[in-house]
Design a protein around this ligand. Structure first.
Ligand SMILES: [Zn+2]
Ligand SMILES: [Zn+2]
Length: 397
């Protein structure tokens, strides 16, 4: 079989290669799906990736950020350097799809579709390796560990992901079960939220439940404080800047007739805009300090900034959406941002970036991401390969 590619018709060329490699890609995806690995443990998965890149004759480096792999495709002419990024880690979920290629590992599942991402990027690697003479520039294929633990991208960046060769822009993608396979989505500007966490320990003074006047009750203080925290979003943040303050954990006391010494609660702050993030952090600290005077307790407050907001840059978004439309017609639609988070956002703070939504919903409906019955339509792999390959051609033309 020959791989001659009609140079002037990227649409046909890409489609022809994808049609030929799709069955093998689906096999790879099912293999990865059956053997899910959690954050920074993606040894087997990285092995599959390295084996495939080796087979394709693509230069690559393993062991980046522990289990990450980076491949390099050099085009026929010099030009810019584009990252295309996939994540490889699974989730601590017990799979209940009943599929014959379901997870063989108890308590671990590819419920966020990172098996789809890894496989899609391997498909893109094969297409772009074949079309390399038509590329002006270099594609860096980034197989990232530990997205769910929100740690992999930071380690890759610390290890010099943006250098050698120096990266100009980045393209990410995520499967989306709420769009049908064949549909693509995009969000202009901030697409995903900054995700911070906070912890508050309210210290009172323990005592008999029947003698509250001899104690300082941290439960009542914590309850009031948690109520007040809800005013940060409603009264302090600009209503045009979306924000969420959620307390997701509270712990205090052990008996109905005892006022405890302390109560601890933890939560998350999600914001799309930097001013909202600063305001929320400052307001939380101030309300905790205020509770000390108002309620006689002492508050230990800590706030940890997690990943920043993911900012989609038109310089990457426009040519990518254009490429998708050239490849498939009118299948890309704009959607609003989400308050979810992901560490591709770190890249988006450093180089112009865009994350494309790749529809993965089956015709009969599909459970959502992180659901133990999530079973994406595998057609999204070949379609994603076509979209991203075409985008790379457009961005490096
Ligand atoms: Zn996820
Ligand atoms: Zn994910």
């Amino acid at each position: 079989m020959t791989d001659t590619v009609p140079a002037n018709d990227p649409q046909t060329a890409i489609r022809a290669i994808v049609e030929r490699i799709e069955p093998a890609l689906i096999e790879i995806r099912r293999d990865i799906h059956a053997h899910p690995e959690l954050a920074f443990e993606e040894v087997r998965t990285a092995g599959v990736v390295a084996r495939e890149l080796q087979r394709l004759g693509i230069k690559h480096q393993t062991g980046i950020a522990k289990t990450g792999v980076v491949g390099l495709i050099e085009g026929g002419r010099p030009g810019k350097v584009l990252i295309i990024r996939a994540d490889m880690d699974a989730l601590p979920i017990h799979e209940q799809t009943g599929l014959d290629y379901a997870s063989k590992i108890d308590g671990k599942m590819h419920a966020c579709g990172h098996d789809i991402h890894t496989t899609t990027l391997l498909g893109v690697a094969e297409v772009l390796q074949k079309l390399a003479p038509q590329l002006a520039g270099t594609v860096k294929l980034v197989f990232q560990p530990a997205e769910e633990a929100i740690g992999g991208m930071k380690v890759m960046l610390d290890e010099g992901l943006l250098d050698g060769p120096k990266v100009d822009f980045a393209l990410g993608f995520h499967n989306r079960p709420n769009s049908r396979a064949g549909e693509f989505t995009f969000t202009k500007g901030p697409g995903l939220a900054a995700a911070d966490t906070f912890e508050v320990t309210v210290h009172g003074k323990s005592g008999h439940a029947a003698q509250p006047h001899n104690a300082v009750d941290p439960i009542v203080a914590a309850a009031q404080l948690i109520g007040q925290l809800q005013t940060v979003v409603s009264r302090e943040v600009n209503p045009m800047h979306p924000a969420v303050v959620t307390v997701g954990m509270i712990n205090g006391g052990h008996a109905p007739n005892i006022i405890p010494d302390s109560v601890t609660f933890r939560g998350t702050v999600r914001t799309l805009h930097a001013p909202a993030r600063d305001i929320a952090e400052a307001a939380l600290a101030r309300l905790c300090a205020g509770a000390e005077t108002a309620l006689r307790v002492r508050c230990d407050f800590s706030y940890r900034r997690g990943v920043p907001a993911l900012i989609n840059d038109d310089a990457v978004l426009d040519p990518t959406v254009d490429a998708v439309r050239k490849q498939f017609g009118d299948v890309a639609r704009e959607i609003g941002p989400s308050m979810g988070a992901e560490d591709f956002a770190l890249l988006s703070q450093l180089v112009p970036s865009f994350q494309l939504g790749v529809g993965s919903g089956a015709p009969g409906g599909t459970e959502g991401l992180h659901n133990s019955r999530y079973a994406p339509d595998e057609a999204c792999i070949g379609l994603g390969v076509q979209a991203l390959s075409r985008a790379a051609l457009e961005l490096l033309s």
